[in-house]
Ligand binder design. Structure first.
Ligand code: BDR
Ligand code: CA
Length: 321
């Protein structure tokens, strides 16, 4: 039986490749794509999701969701993904439109009614947080929620302290992380360096000569240049597809452990920081007042620490041919 996935995305160039991977995987049924403001304004993200579904000949329903973070002004990443989020490739407009149902209602309905549903989030967590606010019991309905986001004990990519998806809407992230849902977090630390598609990898992908392969490289060309400017790395950064590889084959993650995680929402300096209690000290007497006030212990989150770069790329290549 196929695994059922709901994918929430701020669809830009790396999200598009992650969607493509899930839509083309033979053992997966993507039951809904819900779009949130993030990399690009909401309506552009919807267009990008529909363009990607069309490339894959998929009729998956696409729903538009929150156009703003819960409390903050929207912040986009056009500087990274290009003005349309897709490297300005002039893709023809999609033939169909988004469904009329709001993404938050679609999330509630899907999580409530589809057995063994798994959720994959590739953008800010606004849509999922709104759904959980309206119906907290949804947390128990989700078999597992994979989150691309955060920078556990490491370097941020939007500020020194934070990864983009969590930084954009830290209040939403805190709601989701404390909801009790079974969560596996794939942070940005996994998606750098050797995880990038290096020039040799890009040549190999081009040699497949399929529409999926060319799409992957073309729409990410702005991101490749932004990556070079930001981190000096020569290669296409693919955080969302890296996460999707772990969703599609969890054994690609080779080291994971469970910890309490808090999201910084108060400080502007460390806004959106994912603070992981690696040594389990949150509940020490000296920390209790701040870290577990009133004796309330938050749920544990699974953190992916390491993954198999060769196998992530092999899975990507298989799905691009
Ligand atoms: C995340 O932010 C976005 O730019 C990417 O799509 C990815 O979801 C990486 O920090
Ligand atoms: Ca994304």
């Amino acid at each position: 039986m196929s695994r059922k996935l709901l994918i929430d995305t701020d669809t830009a160039s790396d999200d598009a490749v992650a969607l493509l991977m899930a839509l083309r995987h033979p053992d997966v049924d993507v039951v809904a794509i819900t779009v949130v403001s993030g990399n690009v304004p909401l309506q552009q993200g919807v267009i990008n999701a529909l363009v990607t579904a069309e490339l894959c000949d998929s009729e998956v329903p696409v729903y538009a969701g929150a156009g703003n973070p819960l409390l903050r002004e929207p912040a986009y990443a056009e500087w990274f993904h290009g003005p349309d989020g897709m490297g300005d490739q002039n893709y023809p407009p999609p033939k169909r439109a988004a469904e009329s149902t709001h993404a938050v209602d679609a999330i509630i309905d899907t999580l409530d009614n589809v057995a063994d549903i798994e959720v994959v989030t590739l953008g800010p967590l606004t849509n999922l947080a709104l759904a959980l606010k309206l119906k907290p019991s949804l947390a128990e309905k989700v078999k597992k929620c994979y989150i691309m986001g955060g920078a556990p004990c490491t370097i941020g990519n939007v500020t020194p302290a934070a990864e983009f998806n969590i930084w954009v809407d830290p209040e939403a992230a805190q709601i989701v992380f404390q909801s009790g849902m079974t969560i596996e977090m794939v942070g940005w630390h996994l998606c750098r360096g050797e995880a990038n598609l290096r020039p040799d990898d890009i040549d190999l992908v081009r040699s497949f000569d399929t529409p999926y392969a060319h799409f992957t490289i073309d729409c990410n060309h702005t991101a490749m240049e932004a990556n070079r400017i930001q981190s000096g790395e020569i290669g296409i950064p693919l955080p969302d597809p890296t996460t999707m590889a772990i969703v599609l084959d969890p054994s690609i993650c080779t080291e994971r452990s469970n910890h309490h995680v808090q999201i910084e929402t108060q400080s502007e300096l460390t806004r959106g920081m994912t603070v992981v209690d690696q040594l389990n000290v949150f509940d020490d007497e000296r920390n209790r007042d701040v870290w577990s006030p009133g004796g309330v212990n938050g749920p544990e989150i699974t953190i992916c620490w390491k993954f198999d770069v060769k196998r992530w790329k092999a899975l990507l290549y298989r799905l691009l041919q």
